[in-house]
Write a protein that binds this ligand. Structure first.
Ligand code: PEP
Ligand code: MG
Length: 524
């Protein structure tokens, strides 16, 4: 039986199913309230020290996620209701579970994907402490298993031995979750949105995280077909590596620039600058994670990336807060955040916060080849207002004698009004097509909703026609046009994008080799 889902991290896994939702071993209640208190305190401490030892060996995004978990566990506000319940005779496990479940329910009820994704972090913390309470050490999945359940916690992911393969199949889950990010960076196949599993399936399964599906109790014929797809995927990946070091070109020799998309300054640590043509998109929302960063913090972050890139261009996008990226003390509560005060709209409305970023960018521009772009532009007036703020801040820095440079100012083309009538933007420095948002707005299908994922298709003729006409407008007016949405790194979309006239794509670093290989296969 094949169940369809959404690919969150590409790859194939064949293995024994392991149920993530199996409850941990029972907790043995203590004789007194004082003993329960001591047991809960010790279990929290044990969970913290397990996490601390994981931080030491973790890399990439993992330390940040683990430190976030440690901070939550050490937050007395989170554990206070559990300790209070011990006073009314609850055993430690029930008290902790109830307190955390109440917190989790609040996050799950949020209509914003970001907060729903954080519920998985809280479930992780809950289970860490429950596991420590029952000292259950039998929950580790045998290496090579396919872990299935409604969702998986980031620490569960990090504790699992992936050295012998395996994969993740989730009934719910989200491609925007922390775990999906980790799975992509480690190359662990993962599929989300499979729906509830009917019974508790056991035995062998085939996970196809290239197309998004899982086959339970496979027949010999299904196994054979699966192994063929899996080895073709592995062969494509192996071949792709040979393209990494070379500049990208089609079969006919047409050059295509391939840049990378990054979010954290540390993302560049693992990338050889010789393998890409620069940074096509640095999303800055993540710098604004827990608190609004000051000018110096932002300046150092941008400068690090510019110095790494040397003479190659680095396109930094001004903050695109709102929509699916809420930021405390900045974004506002809205019933329809994707159509609300997001991106440049919010930056112009809160110019006090925007000016801090502008100053950091102007100062960082002195250290490399910076380009700046504005997200969610719908009208030319917004570009003019943002450019005017850059001019004002530049004059102020100049009068104070602070080193700086005014970078070229371009726009994201991700709102249909710009793609349909680009003539109002003939004086901007460059266009970067945001195919993720352009697709969701053209198709009226949210990018974070599994139920309408079939409608959210960049290759729909309506979306492709707009991309083609923006590329043609750019050529006619001499405005450089690139594309930095996820479609740029999707081998299935690349031929259509080149056909549409694009010669400049920006992709996730993990997709660089595959994207170059896909370009080499395009005939034009
Ligand atoms: C896009 O919309 O395609 C894009 C690149 O921006 P983001 O995914 O950050 O909205
Ligand atoms: Mg966008």
């Amino acid at each position: 039986m094949r169940i369809e889902g959404i690919p969150a991290s590409p790859g194939y896994a064949e293995g024994t199913l392991f149920n993530l939702d199996r409850p941990p071993a029972a907790y043995v209640a203590k004789a007194s309230e004082a003993e329960e208190k001591a047991a809960l305190k010790a279990a929290i401490g044990k969970a913290v020290s397990r996490l601390t030892s994981l931080v030491e060996t973790a890399d990439g995004d993992a330390p940040g996620i683990l430190e976030f978990h440690i901070a939550m566990l050490e937050d007395v506000a989170l554990s206070a209701p559990a300790f209070a319940a011990l006073g009314s005779g609850e055993p430690a496990d029930a008290a902790w579970r109830q307190a955390l479940d109440a917190e989790i329910a609040g996050y799950e009820a949020s209509d914003q994907d970001y907060f729903r994704a954080r519920a998985a972090d809280l479930r992780d913390i809950r289970d860490q402490v429950l596991r420590a309470l029952s000292e259950d050490s039998e929950t580790a999945a045998p290496p090579g298993s396919i872990l299935y359940g409604s969702d998986i916690a980031p620490t569960r992911f990090l504790e699992t031995d992936w050295s012998r393969g395996g994969g993740i199949a989730l009934g719910a889950g989200s491609t925007a979750s922390h775990v999906a990010m980790l799975a992509r960076s480690r190359g662990v196949p993962m599929v989300v949105g499979l729906g509830a599993f009917a019974d508790e399936p056991t035995g062998n399964a085939l996970l196809d995280a290239e197309h998004g599906g899982i086959v339970l109790s496979p027949s010999p014929k299904e196994i054979e077909a699966f192994r063929q797809s899996s080895s073709s995927f592995a062969a494509r990946q192996g071949q792709a590596q040979t393209f990494l070091a070379q500049p990208a070109a089609t079969k006919a020799g047409t050059s295509v620039r391939v840049q990378v998309n990054i979010a954290y300054p540390s993302d560049v640590d693992g990338i050889d600058i010789a393998t890409c043509d620069g940074v096509g998109l640095m999303r800055t929302e993540f710098l604004f994670g827990k608190a609004l960063p000051d000018e110096e913090t932002q300046y150092q972050a941008y400068r690090k990336v510019l110095e790494w890139a040397g003479e190659k261009p680095v396109t930094i996008r001004t903050i695109d807060a709102g929509g699916d990226k809420p930021i405390p003390d900045f974004t506002v509560e809205e019933t329809n955040p994707f159509l609300g005060l997001r991106g440049i709209r919010l930056s112009l409305a809160r110019s006090d916060i925007f000016r801090v970023q502008i100053r950091a960018l102007l100062r960082a521009a002195a250290h490399g080849n910076l380009k700046v772009m504005f997200p969610m532009i719908a009208r030319a007036e917004e570009h003019r207002q943002a450019a005017a703020l850059f001019a004002e801040e530049e004059a102020a820095l100049a009068s104070r004698g602070v080193a700086h440079k005014l970078p070229p100012l371009g726009i994201m083309v991700e709102v249909p009004s710009v793609a349909i009538a680009p003539e109002a933007f003939a004086d901007v420095a460059f266009f970067s097509i945001g195919s993720n948002d352009l697709t969701q707005y053209v198709m009226a299908a949210a990018r974070d909703n599994a139920a309408v994922a079939h409608l959210n298709a960049v290759r729909h003729p309506a979306v492709m026609r707009l991309i083609t006409s923006v590329a043609a407008f750019g050529r006619e007016k001499g405005i450089p046009v690139s594309l930095c949405g996820d479609a740029g790194g999707d081998p299935a979309a690349i031929p259509a994008l080149i056909e549409a006239g694009l010669r400049d794509l920006s992709v996730a670093p993990a997709q660089l080799a595959m994207a170059k290989a896909a370009i080499a296969d395009v005939p034009v």
